[in-house]
Every structure is written in C-alpha cells, then in structure tokens.
Design a protein around this ligand. Structure first.
Ligand SMILES: NC(=O)c1ccc[n+]([C@@H]2O[C@H](COP(=O)([O-])OP(=O)(O)OC[C@H]3O[C@@H](n4cnc5c(N)ncnc54)[C@H](OP(=O)(O)O)[C@@H]3O)[C@@H](O)[C@H]2O)c1
Length: 400
C-alpha cells in the first residue's frame, strides 16, 4: 500500500485488513508510516480477530518468494509499529510492516515491493508517483492498481505502459476509485450487449465536497498541465477548450430529484470509458453544490461522522448511455467518495489476484472486470439501481 497514511490510503488499509489481506505500509515519510501502523494496531484486532476466517479464504498479499524475472533484492529489515506498553502474550499481533520508500529512489521502491503480491498506489499527485510505482511493479512482475483522478496522469499510464505491461503479462488498473472507476463500471454495465453508443453521460450527484489536500494538489497539477484550459471527450478524442461552464438541470432519481449541475465538469471517466468502449462523446456533470465547495479555497477537509471514519457526504452516480433514440441507465449511490474508493480498489486487487480479469496490460475497471458482477460485489458499500443484471449477457430493459 503506497501512500498508506493519506486520507484515502487509510481507508484502503482498513479495507485490506477487513478482507484478510496482510498489507505492507509504504510511503515517503517513515514517521507517518509508523504512526499509521500504530493506529492500525491500536484499532485492535480488527485485523487479527475479525478477519481471521476471511484470511483463510483470501489471497494474502505478502509472499516469501522473490518475483520471477528479477534478481532478488536483499529483504528490508522488517520495521513494525511499536507495541502498546500493555502488550502481553494475549495481545493482538504487532502492527503491519512498514517500508519507507521514495518515488525518486527506485531501489527503495524495489525493496518496498519485495515479496508482495500486488501494489496499490494512493499517493498523489499521480503525475509524480504513478510512473515510478508502475516501473517498480513491472520490475517486480506484480499487478498495480491506483486511485488517480488526474486525467492527464491516467492518459500517461495508458500511453506509456500499455505495450510493456501487456508484453509482461502484468495487469495495471489506473483510476480504480470513485472517479474513473465507478463511472466506468456503471457505463459498461449500462451498455449491456451494446458494443457502441452515440454518447455516455455520468452525472455526479454529490451532496457537497470537502476535498482533501491531495485532491486540491491534484487539481492544481492538472490545471497547470492543461494551461488552465478545460477539457472534454468529443468526436472520439480529447479536446482542450475555453468554453465557459454551463449550468444544467439533471433529473436524478428520487429522493435526490432534479438538481442543478455544472455541465462538462470533466472527470477521469473521459479517459477510462473511451479506453475500451466505442463512444465518441463522453461527458461528466457535477452538482453545483459540490463544484462550488471544491472551488472555494477555505472549504475544510472531510471529517469523520461514523465509526468507519466516513464523512456525511452522500453521492448518486447516474450513468446514461444513448444509442439513437434508446437510452440505458445504471445508477449507484452511497456515502463518502473517499471511503468508497477503498472497496473499489481492494475488490480490484482481489479479482486480479484470483484470476478474475478479462485482460492483461493497462486496463480500466470496465475493461478489466465483469462490470455488473463487480458492482454487485460492492454491496453494501454501494447501492445499485435494481435493473443492473448480474450476468452481462442478459438483455436489458430500455427506456425512452
Ligand atoms: N479517483 C478518485 O475518485 C480518488 C479518490 C480518492 C483519492 N484520489 C486521489 O488520491 C490522491 C490522494 O488523495 P487523499 O485523499 O488520500 O489525499 P491526502 O490525504 O492529502 O494524501 C496524499 C498522500 O499522497 C502522498 N504524497 C504526495 N506527494 C507524494 C510524493 N511525491 N511521493 C510520495 N507520496 C506523496 C502524501 O504523503 P505526504 O504526507 O508525505 O505528503 C499522502 O500520503 C489524490 O491525488 C486524490 O485526487 C482519487
């Protein structure tokens, strides 16, 4: 788990433990890693007791053997979080192993990945972290999953690594998170037996958006990379433009109902969806309330309001594909866009490690996995519209 102590990384570590994986915590700051690992052990035996039965059935993320095709590195001396003073023979096992590593130091990344089965990258900006981590994953011969929301960084992952990853037989899944991942799964599920469509729209019905520092940095990096211009997917290609944003009314289903959205508030789905579906126009819209929160510099970071650390933010993601006069729709709802990225990323890793992928190389969520089956596996973290079939080959109800 690279970026293990960030806001999203902590949700992912918790989810890995819940599902019986044994995460190795990595990131650039040894002190923050120690604190995060101590937090995991203090949280108790979430990992030890609650997941003991799951551990028996689920692939464990740490192996003893060096990855094939590369010289074994000397194993790093395992560093663990200090045990609480009250630790006794009956106390839970010590915290997860930590392996500090910097994206500027390939050898440190190689040590961090020694003997692990997969790497999840939650450290952004991904313009800086994705390429070095993917290079390290390729050297180790292990799958790589990240949560990048940056459009250009995701494009780079496809452009720079597709051939090498395919040749190496390694699965690389960028944007395996709320933005880029969930919308792609919904669009893919909505397509059903269609192989092409005229357009796809993903409307984000967020109650609000308290961004993390990582989100703000990602936004700054992306704006700089595109010289302050806006971007959209139209005519089967990415187009940079200066058209002013437009406000639209979007008919979310009840109970959210019709809301004002900022049209073409472009998110990573414009990379992931067209990477595998023949759809010349892909748009994403965002509720004005959430877009305004994001644009306001003093909107605070999210705060936990439940035992899992989730904020009270709610979301509805409404994906509509249109072919001629026929529309198909798939819809998901849930709570906290950062927290829900953890089940998305961990489910992806689980499927890759258990051989439930449709391809190798760089692939978005919708291309890598059976989208309807993946979406149903996310319950209860995500509620789905009732008409998403469990089997992708079933014919779908059409609307209007
Ligand atoms: N696609 C999605 O839906 C989605 C969902 C969640 C998050 N994300 C993305 O994930 C990233 C992290 O978000 P977050 O909410 O976890 O933010 P965060 O709490 O601010 O955490 C950012 C993390 O990135 C690390 N980091 C930053 N620059 C680094 C570098 N050069 N080398 C190594 N580590 C570095 C930070 O470490 P330090 O503390 O040492 O700086 C920290 O661990 C953001 O880019 C965000 O946009 C995307």
């Amino acid at each position: 788990m690279y970026g293990a102590y960030g806001h999203t990384g902590r949700f992912v570590v918790a989810r890995l433990l819940d599902r019986g994986f044994v995460p190795v915590l990595s990131g650039r700051d040894a002190g923050k890693l120690r604190a995060a690992a101590a937090g995991v052990s203090a949280a108790g035996a979430v990992g030890a007791a609650a997941t003991a039965s799951a551990a028996a059935a689920v692939a464990v993320a740490v192996a003893d053997t060096p990855a094939p095709g590369r010289a074994p590195e000397p194993a790093p001396a395992p560093e663990r979080a200090p045990e609480p003073a009250s630790a006794s023979a009956s106390a839970p096992a010590p915290g997860p192993e930590i392996r500090p590593a910097s994206v500027d130091d390939a050898a440190s990344l190689d040590r961090a990945l020694t003997g692990v089965d997969a790497v999840i990258n939650c450290a952004g900006p991904f313009a800086t972290t994705a390429a070095p981590l993917i290079e390290a994953a390729l050297r180790a011969g292990i799958p790589y999953v990240d949560v990048a929301a940056e459009i250009e960084a995701n494009l780079d992952t496809f452009a720079h690594f597709a051939d090498r990853a395919r040749a190496a037989g390694v699965v690389i899944v960028p944007a395996m998170a709320f933005y880029g991942g969930l919308g792609d799964l919904l669009v893919t599920a909505a397509m059903g037996d269609w192989t092409a469509a005229d357009e796809a729209t993903v409307a984000y019905g967020l109650s609000g958006w308290h961004p993390t520092p990582g989100t703000r940095t990602a936004g700054t990096v992306s704006r700089e990379r595109r010289g302050g211009r806006r971007v959209r997917w139209t005519g089967g290609r990415l187009e940079y433009h200066d058209d002013p944003p437009t406000l639209l009314k979007w008919p979310f289903p009840e109970p959210l109902g019709t809301r004002e959205v900022v049209g073409e508030f472009t998110m990573a789905d414009v990379v992931t969806v067209p990477s595998h579906l023949s759809i010349p126009v892909v748009r994403t819209h965002m509720t004005t309330a959430a877009a305004t929160d994001l644009a306001t510099p003093d909107t605070p970071a999210p705060t936990a309001t439940d035992a899992e650390g989730r904020s009270d933010q709610t979301f509805v993601v409404d994906a509509v594909v249109r072919c001629g006069g026929t529309e198909r729709r798939a819809l998901a709802s849930g709570r906290d866009i950062y927290a829900v990225s953890a089940p998305l990323a961990v489910e992806a890793v689980h499927r890759v490690l258990t051989g439930r992928t449709r391809t190798v190389g760089v692939a978005s969520a919708g291309a890598a996995f059976d989208a309807p089956d993946f979406l149903h596996a996310l319950s209860p973290d995500i509620s789905l519209s009732s008409d998403i079939p469990r089997a992708p080959h079933l014919s779908r109800r059409t609307a209007s």
